[in-house]
Design a protein around this ligand. Sequence first.
Ligand SMILES: [Zn+2]
Length: 105
Amino acid sequence: MKLETCETCRHSFSWKQISHSLWSRNWKVTMITCRKCRAVHRLREESKFIALLPGAIVMIGATWLIVAEASLFAFILLIAGSMASSLVLPYFASYEKVDRAPFIE
Ligand SMILES: [Zn+2]
C-alpha cells in the first residue's frame, strides 16, 4: 500500500495529512498542500465516498445488529472494525492538483 503523492514533484503526502483531510468537513482543510513544492491538491470526486465509508459501515451494521438482536460483543466488534478501516482509508484516497487556489495565501 502506498500513500498518494504530489503530482508535481512526487513527494509523498503523510498519513496524517490525508487522514486530516478526509475527516474534515471544512472544504478549505480537505485541500492538501505539498510540503516540498507547495502545490495544492484536492480530493478527487470519486474518492469522496471513501471518507463516508466508516460512518456508513457503522450505520448499516448497527441497524442490522439491532434487527438481528445481536449481543453487545457484536457491537463492539463493529465499532472496532470501523475504527480499523479508518486507519487504512488514507491509502485509498486519490488527490488531484488544483492549479489555482486563491483562498490559500
Ligand atoms: Zn510537490
